[in-house]
Design a protein around this ligand. Structure first.
Ligand SMILES: Cc1cc2nc3c(=O)[nH]c(=O)nc-3n(C[C@H](O)[C@H](O)[C@H](O)COP(=O)(O)O)c2cc1C
Length: 182
């Protein structure tokens, strides 16, 4: 039977520091771009996957400095803010691609909330990260700690200034990891 695949991701998509410049990503955040490229790459292989955007009920400000301030506080307090419900039928998924930007060296707080809101027993989590140079850093161990009953597969990472290369990185990953999605 075909595997049931979810691509769940959080992406800020507001102002960000790219190559030392503040740029407003206007809702098209790097992780959203990577998640969309992943769903398109799977569709090209006739593999169905559902996209789900993880959204905090109180959105992050567009401002880079204000987002840094709020996320730093969340990171330091280990907070897990309220997020949107869903996706529907979460129990039925076999593979959960989990996409996020590296924030403060680890997962953003809404990803922590998503991990705590769902039961991952029997599912395989495939993490993918977009980052400013630190790749996954501490995020993998945090995910494993928060979802101890999940299986894990090695995902992929894309550096923010090279987000346009997402389709190539993903194609290479799919070629090397066919057995995870087929
Ligand atoms: C609040 C905040 C904290 C960040 N912390 C890190 C970090 O610790 N290490 C790193 O490599 N990049 C860091 N970055 C850069 C982001 O990981 C990177 O720009 C990412 O691609 C943004 O994805 P998005 O557009 O989907 O939100 C940070 C960005 C923000 C806004």
């Amino acid at each position: 039977m075909a595997k049931r695949i979810l691509i769940a991701y959080f992406s800020h998509g507001g102002e960000n520091l790219i190559d030392d410049q503040i740029i407003d990503l206007k809702g098209q955040g790097n992780t959203k771009i990577a998640a969309t490229a992943l769903s398109e790459a799977l569709a090209k292989r006739n593999i169905k996957a559902n996209l789900f955007e993880i959204e905090p009920l109180i959105p992050y400000p567009t401002s880079y400095s204000e987002t840094l301030a709020r996320s730093k506080e969340e990171y330091e307090n280990g907070s897990a803010p309220l997020i949107n419900d869903g996706p529907n039928g979460f129990e039925a998924y076999d593979i959960v691609f989990l996409g996020y930007p590296n924030w403060w060296g680890t997962i953003p707080a809404p990803i922590l909330s998503f991990l705590r809101d769902h039961d991952f027993e029997g599912k395989t989590i495939v993490p993918f990260v977009t980052h400013g140079g630190q790749i996954f850093l501490y995020s993998l161990e945090t995910i494993q700690k928060e979802a101890p009953r999940a299986n894990f597969a090695k995902g992929f990472a894309i550096a923010a200034p090279y987000i346009n290369a997402a389709p190539y990185v993903i194609e290479e990953w799919l070629n090397e990891n066919k057995e995870i999605v087929e």
